[in-house]
Design a protein around this ligand. Structure first.
Ligand SMILES: C[S@@+](CC[C@H](N)C(=O)[O-])C[C@H]1O[C@@H](n2cnc3c(N)ncnc32)[C@H](O)[C@@H]1O
Ligand SMILES: [Mg+2]
Length: 951
């Protein structure tokens, strides 16, 4: 929704909501009626007449003297109201951006509102502010009936709106509203305003007894006396935030109690901040008004004046409140609400303070939502919706902007019909979606049958651009990803995540050199206006830098030894290997605990734990050391290790006993001990589909196909390019073959080490038992990239490359093809890759636990291919032309086949296979070329006895 702007003194635009503009023009003559609208969603089952209830929606009718407007439907009441107000402004021809708030009108309205607040009628009304008025009657002496101005400015929405209209700077310096209210009150002869720095207002004449008496009878019950836990945030960063208790009894006004804790006698000098943390919270900061808060609206708040007060600035409190706080401040959750006449109160502990700090970081809302501040990290990629756990990136980004008092992020979505898309750029590779959809034929044909709208719908792709702006509409950063998405929400989530990832890097190191900041931004398609950015995040850098320094200082006390010890954590894995291991893209479900431990006395304190924590492997959704450990485990195993402490605020946001956690952190040689058990692994969508929809599973069918060929070929040497965790090599050992030498190459060390384990155990057994694989004399695994030459790969009888090429960019796949056939020159090469045309069949299947698709368009719309790691998926024609060109360039023949489905039925095989055979060439001699060893041997096995007998 767009927002209206009013001109600030500098001529900049600031946000004033459409409702505020309507209020300013019409006051109480504008009335809003919000009604609930029941949305009956399509249940995707024609003929089923039970309506499915959708989310509750709201529509708002705005009645103005000259017209009445009905808004569209919205999930939130307030959005419906704003939309109606915005429509009304358009109808009335009030241009929000050029609309200049009439300051004089607002000033007059302010005076009449203040007069109303001190009326008999208001005292008896049900309003959070009227409770303050009633409580002021329990004050003694000259304070009897005096209401602190700060509460008037904070707790009355109308006053606050009018003050913002008078001067939009109130947004960044809410205390200015106090001057406006005082000025308004001074014009009213019925009121007395305080002089000499005290900030209260009271009536000239007391309330008549007939107004007060009934109120005394219905005194709130809880005010018998309550003890509320709160925190004192000292202004000096060298002093710790510490707990304080507020004893509020029925005979005193709670603000007076807070004032006393801050060393003031009366509450009228106490300022109250906006709610802190979540919007619905009643947690606020209370602090003593400083002269600075009342600088004239036109003064330059960002100029020199600030420096004079810099010394007394309470950085921590200012950061939390998003406004200047000077001197000590109390953080408390107490006050009157709309819900009840009683005083609302909740204890505030240190843990909450640290959670508020974390909530303001770009990854904070995610960590807190996942109830894992230490182990969870905001993932760096949004693969598919069903693999995302926790709050979605867009929501996190909006929260972040609200928390830092920025404007709501602006999302601009462009929609591209597929045809136009292919003309957009020369690079076909970048436009994977385009060619794939067209080549399927299926989508277009189907769409054509449905006609117009549907056609556009099913072949459109989306791009999203995000802008982050300050409240004054200065552009801080802009992210313009080049990727296209089939679903609008996916492109929004992806762009939001890019912005969050960049902000996270910035928050982790505010001193990062400009060059590095910009290069990180470039990689994420982000342009940053550093000048505006640094200005907005001025407070943050002091906040989090200070936290980091605390930790470093502790390490220094410990001496270098301590850091060295913890740096190389020792990982201990226990329990039998079950063979069920997580791979990238799979969902790992773990049970974990993280405890503070000290070397001295081995004291332990549980900081964070979870019985069931699920995350996507490879998306960096957890701390790197957690992912490293889990990657080495199989289901049922447990891992134990010790790492350095994360930042203090993370620990304290997690710890239940802050005092104890702090004392351990400050003690010598404290580390964090993890205990993780891998409970379950859910394979990536591709693997799940291959297992659920094919029998035997498609992966087994591919391996069986290769094994059959190898058995028949009489080959004695084999190399498996991109062997992964060795599924083919392992299967080969189950059959008698003529193979003597087997080799695997991959660049994933994780997969290779798994391959080494299984091959080692099987081959070792073959020495004693009469195993089918006893012909094998040597097996080697290399860590290397199959697009790099290594002379040890030359001259094999057979080469295999199953489901590997689609994991590389297309040009690399071509490079691999040429390298193998022109340099390595195996007699036979088997290459398999997914057939893109078959995807329609996979997508039609109703596989459980796939991505929920509320639009009924089937799963994996957001995932363009079967697996998010696929860089491309080819149709039969694309694969055919790649293979035929390759074969003819290198003097090979090629035949096509496949597994899953059939060659004779559309759309062919699920996995397509090309079988290359080297053609005899008269002048070809396989020369012993120069040896080039660029791959690393990571595991080697040889059957010495047999080797001897062959020698
Ligand atoms: C889907 S897995 C297939 C593994 C195995 N061929 C199978 O069928 O089970 C793809 C493998 O290709 C490997 N890979 C991708 N690019 C590679 C490259 N340039 N060099 C070596 N291996 C590569 C990955 O590490 C991964 O193990
Ligand atoms: Mg694959």
């Amino acid at each position: 929704m767009g927002s209206s702007g009013a001109a600030t003194p500098e001529g900049k635009k600031t946000t004033v909501s459409p409702k505020a503009v309507i209020y300013q023009k019409y006051g109480s003559r504008a009335s809003y009626e919000v009604e609930e609208v029941q949305d009956f969603v399509q249940n995707g089952c024609p003929g089923l007449c039970i309506p499915q209830k959708g989310p509750c929606l709201y529509r708002c009718r705005l009645n103005l003297p000259e017209l009445s407007i009905l808004s569209g439907t919205f999930r939130k009441k307030k959005d419906a109201e704003q939309a109606a107000a915005e429509m009304a402004l358009q109808k009335l021809g009030i241009h929000p951006l050029t609309h200049n708030a009439d300051v004089r009108d607002a000033g007059e309205d302010l005076v009449s509102r203040v007069a109303y607040l001190f009326s008999n009628e208001f005292l008896a009304s049900q309003h959070p502010l009227s409770c303050h008025f009633r409580a002021s009657l329990s004050r003694e002496g000259y304070l009897y009936g005096s209401v602190p101005v700060s509460v008037i400015a904070v707790y009355d929405g109308k006053i606050s709106t009018l003050c913002k209209l008078i001067d939009p700077m109130v947004e960044s310096n809410p205390s200015l509203a106090i001057s406006f209210v005082l000025r308004a009150a001074a014009t009213l002869p019925t009121l007395i305003t305080a002089t000499e720095g005290q900030l209260w207002i009271r009536r000239q004449n007391p309330y008549p007894p007939e107004v007060i008496e009934p109120l005394l009878v219905e005194q709130p019950s809880t005010l018998g006396g309550v003890c509320v836990q709160a925190l004192l945030i000292p202004s000096s960063l060298n002093e710790d935030v510490k707990p304080v208790t507020l004893n509020v009894c029925s005979s005193n006004y709670y603000l007076d109690v807070i004032a006393q804790k801050l060393g003031e006698l009366d509450a009228s000098k106490i300022l109250v901040s906006r709610p802190i943390g979540k919007a619905s919270s009643e947690t606020r900061l209370y602090f003593v008004a400083s002269d600075l808060q009342f600088v004239e609206p036109t003064s330059d708040l960002n100029g020199k004046k600030l420096d004079i007060f810099e010394g007394s600035m309470n950085t921590r409190a200012s950061y939390l409140a998003g406004q200047g706080v000077y001197g000590g401040a109390i953080l408390a959750s107490i006050g009157y609400t709309w819900k009840s006449k009683d005083l609302f109160h909740e204890d505030v502990f240190l843990k909450l303070y640290y959670r508020m700090l974390i909530y303001k970081t770009p990854s904070g809302p995610y960590k807190l939502y996942r109830e894992s501040t230490i182990a969870a990290e905001l993932p760096v990629v949004f693969t598919i919706k069903s693999n995302w756990r926790g709050t979605f990136p867009k929501e996190i980004l909006c929260t972040f902007c609200r928390q830092h008092r920025l404007s709501e992020p602006v999302f601009a979505i462009s929609r591209y019909p597929v045809k136009a898309l292919s003309d957009l750029s020369g690079s076909q590779k970048k436009l994977k979606v385009t060619e794939s959809t067209e080549d399927t034929g299926q989508t277009n044909e189907n769409a054509a049958n449905h006609g117009d709208d549907e056609t556009v719908e099913s072949v459109s792709h989306f791009r999203c651009e995000v802008k982050v702006l300050s409240k004054l509409q200065d552009l801080l950063l802009q992210c313009s990803p080049k990727d296209f998405y089939r679903k609008e929400t996916d492109c929004i989530q992806n762009a939001s995540l890019k912005v969050l990832s960049w902000l996270s890097s910035y928050f982790q190191d505010f001193n990062m050199p400009l060059e590095k900041l910009n290069s990180l931004a470039d990689a994420l398609d982000i342009k940053v206006n550093t000048q505006h950015l640094f200005k907005e995040f001025k407070f943050c850098s002091t906040m989090y830098l200070n936290q980091q320094r605390t930790i470093k200082a502790n390490n220094c006390i410990d001496g270098p030894q301590a850091t060295e010890e913890h740096e190389h954590y020792l990982l201990r894995i226990e329990g039998p290997e079950s063979g069920i291991c997580p791979s990238n893209g799979s969902l790992a479900c773990i049970c974990y605990s993280a405890c503070l431990v000290t070397e001295v006395g081995h004291t332990k304190e549980l900081i964070e734990s979870s019985h069931e924590f699920e995350f996507e492997m490879g998306s960096r959704a957890v701390n790197p050391h957690v992912e490293t450990a889990v990657a080495q485990m199989s289901v049922g195993q447990s891992a134990f290790y010790l790492v350095d402490l994360p930042s203090q605020e993370l620990i304290l946001a997690a710890a239940n006993d802050s005092a104890r956690a702090l004392s351990l952190i400050n003690s010598n040689m404290c580390g964090l001990e993890y205990c993780i058990t891998l409970l379950k692994v859910t394979e990536p969508l591709e693997d799940r589909m291959e297992q659920a929809l094919f029998s035997p599973p498609l992966s087994k069918q591919r391996v069986d196909y290769a094994v059959e060929h190898i058995k028949k070929s009489g080959a004695t040497t084999l190399v498996d390019f991109g062997c992964g965790s060795g599924s083919l090599l392992e299967s080969l050992l189950d059959y008698p073959t003529s193979l003597r030498k087997i080799v695997g190459v991959d660049l994933s060390l994780k997969s290779l080490s798994r391959a080494a384990k299984v091959l080692h155990s099987k081959l070792s057994k073959s020495l004693d038992a009469d195993m089918p694989c006893k012909s094998i004399q040597s097996a080697t695994l290399y860590d290397g990239s199959i697009i790099v030459f290594d002379s040890r790969m030359c001259g094999f009888d057979i080469g295999t490359c199953l489901e590997v090429i689609e994991h590389m960019e297309e040009d690399q796949a071509s490079l691999f093809g040429d390298l193998v056939l022109s340099s390595f020159r195996p007699s036979v090469l088997i290459v398999s890759t997914p057939n893109y045309e078959y995807n329609v069949i996979l997508q039609k299947s109703d596989l459980p636990s796939q991505e929920e698709a509320p639009d009924g368009k089937g799963q994996s719309e957001s995932c363009r291919f079967r697996n998010h790691d696929h860089k491309f998926e080819w149709t039969r024609e694309q694969f055919g032309s790649w293979a035929r060109n390759l074969a003819s360039r290198n003097n090979y023949s090629v035949e096509f086949s496949g597994v899953g489905g059939s060659a004779d039925h559309e759309p062919g095989f699920a996995s397509q296979i090309a079988l290359f055979k080297r053609l005899p060439q008269l002048d070809e001699r396989l020369e012993d070329g120069e040896s080039v060893h660029l791959y690393n041997v990571i595991w080697e096995w040889s059957n010495h006895e047999t080797t001897k007998s062959f020698d």
